[in-house]
Design a protein around this ligand. Structure first.
Ligand SMILES: NC(=O)c1ccc[n+]([C@@H]2O[C@H](COP(=O)([O-])OP(=O)(O)OC[C@H]3O[C@@H](n4cnc5c(N)ncnc54)[C@H](OP(=O)(O)O)[C@@H]3O)[C@@H](O)[C@H]2O)c1
Length: 231
C-alpha cells in the first residue's frame, strides 16, 4: 500500500472547474488510484472546486487519494493531462501556458465540437478542418505529446451523480500504444466504465460525433443523459 501511494500517478484536469471537470475529478479520486489536480485560469476557483472534491472524499471515507487546485499551467506537471475545455478555448489556453509545457505528456481530449440547430431538435458535429478536436489538439502541441481521446461520450449530468454507477463504454483512440494503455487504465479505474481500444487518433472524429447523436436522441425521445455501451 505504501509503495503504491508513493508511486501514485497524478491526473490534471484543465478547465476542471466546469460542468464535467469537478464530477470527473470526484470519480477519478474515488476510484482510489490517482491523485487529481484541478486546473483553472484562476487558482482560487480551482481551489474551491478541489475543496468540494476533498469533502466528497471525506464523506465517502476515501483516504487513498487527494485533490488540489492549481493554474492550468501547473496541471502540466501531472502525468496525464485531461483537456476539459470548450473547443474554441483550446488554442488560446495552450498559447497562454506555452506549448513546451506539454513535451512528452499524455494528453486526453474529451472535447466534442458541435452545433445546435436553433429551430429543430438536433445537434451536429462541428468538425474542425483537421478532422476532429483531438487531431486539432495534436497540431497545437509538440510532436512528443501523446494525444488520446477519452471520456467523450459520458453525459455531463452523470459525472456528479455519485450514487449512480457509470456503466458506459469509453473509446480510447491514440497513436502511442503505451499512452493509450495508460489512459485505458485510467478509464477502468472510474466506476464501471469499460475502456475500449478505438485504434489510432485518426478515428477520433467518429468518437466525437457520437455525442451530438446521443444528445439528439435524448432530446427527441424524452431520455436523460443517454450513453453508449458497446457489447
Ligand atoms: N456536455 C457533455 O455532455 C459533454 C460530454 C462529454 C464531453 N464534453 C466536452 O467536455 C468539454 C468541457 O465541457 P464543459 O461543459 O465542462 O465546459 P465548460 O463548463 O463550459 O467549461 C470548462 C472550463 O473551461 C474554462 N473556460 C471557460 N472559458 C474559457 C476561456 N475563455 N479561456 C480559457 N478557459 C475557459 C472554465 O474554467 P476556468 O474559468 O476555471 O478557467 C470552465 O470551467 C467540452 O469540450 C465538451 O465538448 C461535453
Amino acid at each position: 500500500m505504501f509503495i503504491e501511494d508513493v508511486n501514485k500517478m497524478k491526473v490534471g484536469i484543465m478547465g476542471g472547474t466546469g460542468n464535467i471537470g469537478e464530477g470527473l475529478a470526484r470519480r477519478i479520486c474515488l476510484g482510489g488510484k490517482y491523485d487529481v489536480v484541478i486546473g483553472s485560469r484562476e487558482t482560487s476557483k480551482a481551489e474551491v472546486a478541489a475543496d468540494g472534491v476533498v469533502c466528497c472524499l471525506k464523506e465517502n471515507k476515501c483516504t487513498l487519494t487527494t485533490c488540489s487546485g492549481a493554474t492550468n499551467a501547473d496541471v502540466c506537471d501531472c502525468d496525464i493531462i485531461i483537456m476539459s475545455l470548450p473547443f474554441d478555448k483550446l488554442e488560446s489556453t495552450i498559447e497562454t501556458i506555452g506549448k513546451s509545457k506539454f513535451e512528452n505528456k499524455i494528453v486526453v481530449s474529451l472535447i466534442n465540437p458541435m452545433i445546435r440547430n436553433p429551430k429543430e431538435k438536433y445537434f451536429l458535429p462541428d468538425c474542425p478542418t483537421e478532422g476532429s478536436a483531438a487531431l486539432a489538439l495534436k497540431k497545437l502541441l509538440p510532436e512528443s505529446a501523446k494525444i488520446c481521446t477519452g471520456f467523450n461520450n459520458v453525459a455531463a449530468g452523470k459525472w456528479m451523480q455519485l450514487e449512480e454507477e457509470l456503466d458506459y463504454s469509453v473509446v480510447v483512440c491514440g497513436d502511442d500504444a503505451d499512452a493509450k494503455k495508460r489512459v485505458m487504465d485510467l478509464v477502468s479505474s472510474v466506476s464501471k466504465l469499460q475502456p475500449l481500444n478505438g485504434g489510432p487518433l485518426a478515428v477520433s472524429g467518429i468518437i466525437e460525433s457520437i455525442t451530438p447523436l446521443v444528445i439528439t436522441l435524448a432530446m427527441n425521445n424524452g431520455l436523460k443523459d443517454v450513453g453508449v455501451y458497446f457489447r
